[in-house]
Design a protein around this ligand. Structure first.
Ligand code: SF4
Length: 261
């Protein structure tokens, strides 16, 4: 049952398609606005409409290039590094528009966020990033801990007794075995503080769609890969994670030949 919940993964083309549609919509809106403003701009300075027009064309071309770059990365084709840095800024800007367009077609925000994570993970994996276990930070949400567990693990996950009641114990065992740093964060602020303190080379984050979406963008340019939690009891309550998936992702990103120095 848990496996089935974990395997219901969203399609990557959903996010990319809606991002492209948003891009088109915003470009069209900007063009309309430019046309309306042209007479006023001309009154200020003869060449101002042309200057503003060129600026808008450049911005639109860069953002269109950033979306196309993501499509190329997903398809496994060569990409232009120049556009990488604009990708997340563009997503932040266009995502609210994509959500509204998606609503018209009955696509839920969570589906779109899940699709973004699938795209981001694929780009991460295709970039061939490998880090020593010591430089990898694995972050999990507090809701993964059994609500009835009396042990305080949010400041020090070593307080977990590995009783098998929840996946925190499984992740602790895996951290002992592979050597990565494991931390349980109560929220985005604490997660960011941990990243600042530990300064890892990569992050594997376990969370819901919304938290992964913002977290992956927040830690950029630090490479981050996300694993969705499973919520058989509803959001934020005794959540689970597919440990096979976590191990599979770890196998791909941990550089086993390096000792981390
Ligand atoms: S595995 Fe650890 S965190 Fe989970 S219930 Fe047992 S002691 Fe508590």
């Amino acid at each position: 049952m848990l496996k089935a919940l974990a395997l219901a993964r969203p399609k990557k083309r959903l996010f990319l398609g809606l991002l492209l549609a948003s891009e088109f919509f915003v470009a069209l809106a900007l063009y309309g606005l430019w046309l309306i403003c042209c007479p006023g701009l001309e009154n200020i300075f003869e060449y101002l409409p042309a200057i503003v027009g060129i600026f808008l064309i450049v911005v639109s071309t860069i953002s269109f290039g950033a979306v196309c770059n993501m499509v190329l990365a997903v398809k496994g084709l060569p990409t232009l590094k120049l556009f990488h840095r604009y990708s997340f800024a563009l997503i932040k800007l266009l995502f609210p528009v994509a959500v509204r367009i998606g609503k018209v077609f009955g696509i839920k925000r969570r589906q779109l966020e899940g699709s973004f994570i699938a795209v981001s993970n694929l780009i991460f994996m295709k970039s061939g990033i490998k880090v020593p276990a010591k430089r990898l930070l694995v972050l999990s949400p507090h809701c993964l801990q059994l609500t009835s567990c009396p042990h305080k693990i949010t400041r020090d996950p070593n307080n977990c007794k590995r009783c098998g009641g929840c996946n925190v114990g499984d992740l602790m065992k895996l951290a002992d075995e592979l050597g990565f740093t494991f931390f349980v964060a109560t929220g985005g602020t604490l997660a960011r503080q941990v990243v600042m303190k530990i300064r890892p080379q990569a992050v594997l984050a376990i969370a819901c769609e919304r938290d992964l979406m913002s977290g992956i963008q927040d830690v950029y340019p630090l490479p981050a890969v996300g694993v969705l939690n499973i919520r058989p009891n509803g959001p934020c309550n005794n959540t689970r994670v597919d440990m096979d998936e976590v191990r599979r992702v770890l196998d791909q990103i941990i550089d086993k030949r390096s000792d981390g120095r």
